[in-house]
Design a protein around this ligand. Structure first.
Ligand code: GLP
Length: 242
């Protein structure tokens, strides 16, 4: 793992955006694995800026998002589709048909999971997978458990995750109880993984994930098995790393 800790937010953002921009320059048809959460927001802003200046184009690229809440109507302000549209897709030239997010309003969620995996099989592997780190060590919405699932699946969200994400909803009760997520198997198939970790409250879980034992109890620790992981942390999140 290549681990970089940044003192300044703008360097964190610049480095993350440059990894994606240089991929697009060498491979305009790149398959991007994208993430929601607060960590990638600055990087998406910077990519929009690079696109507007004419440095990069997404017109031939495609994207696959990690996850989506179950139970939110289409167009809900907190759905990950809305998040991605607002934070990135509405401002770049990625064709709508090239941006994929699990459809949690599908009639048959199990079939939707199979459809998502087929798309990843047919059009993957993902060239660069962006990831955030959950407070409990989850990646995507793969929650700590005694075993983990390889492919896309429906997951019950743990209370810690619901509580952490309650800040975006009127109350804890409004936070969905389920989500669809790509599985750890699909995530680990990406050619390169870029893990983004920000904030003091992530310091302990970052230490466990990056330098602790590899265990399903901390799904992000499985990233230690991947041959090409870049970890970008801010100083607060990286404070316990040796
Ligand atoms: C949510 C998402 C995860 C993301 C996590 C971290 O739970 N499902 O994919 O990694 O948030 O979010 P943040 O970047 O805000 O710390």
């Amino acid at each position: 793992m290549n681990i970089y800790t940044f003192q300044h937010e703008e360097d964190f953002v610049e480095t993350g955006a440059n990894l994606i921009a240089s991929l697009l320059l060498t491979n305009p048809k790149a398959v991007l694995g994208l993430a929601t959460g607060s960590s990638p927001i600055g990087i998406y802003k910077r990519l929009i800026d690079m696109y507007r200046k004419g440095f990069i184009s997404f017109s031939r690229a495609s994207s696959y998002n990690l996850d989506e809440y179950v139970g939110l109507p289409a167009g809900h302000s907190e759905s990950y589709r809305t998040f991605m549209d607002t934070q990135l897709f509405d401002h770049i030239d990625l064709p709508l048909a090239h941006s994929h997010i699990p459809n949690s309003n599908a009639q048959d969620l199990q079939e939707e999971c199979r459809r998502y995996d087929r798309m990843l099989e047919d059009h993957g592997p993902v060239d660069l997978q962006l990831l955030g780190l959950g407070h409990n060590g989850h990646i995507g919405f793969n929650e700590p458990d005694t075993s983990l699932v390889g492919g896309t699946h429906v997951v019950e969200l743990q209370e810690k995750t619901r509580t952490a994400n309650a800040r975006f909803f009127p109350s804890l009760d409004d936070v969905p109880r389920q989500a669809i997520t790509m599985g750890v198997g699909s995530i680990l198939k990406a050619k390169q993984i870029v893990l983004l970790v920000r904030g003091e409250e992530k310091a302990e879980i970052a230490k466990r994930a990056l330098q602790g034992p590899i265990t399903t109890d901390c799904p992000a620790s499985l990233l230690q098995c991947h041959p090409n992981v870049v970890v970008l942390l801010d100083q607060e999140a990286g404070r316990l790393l040796t």
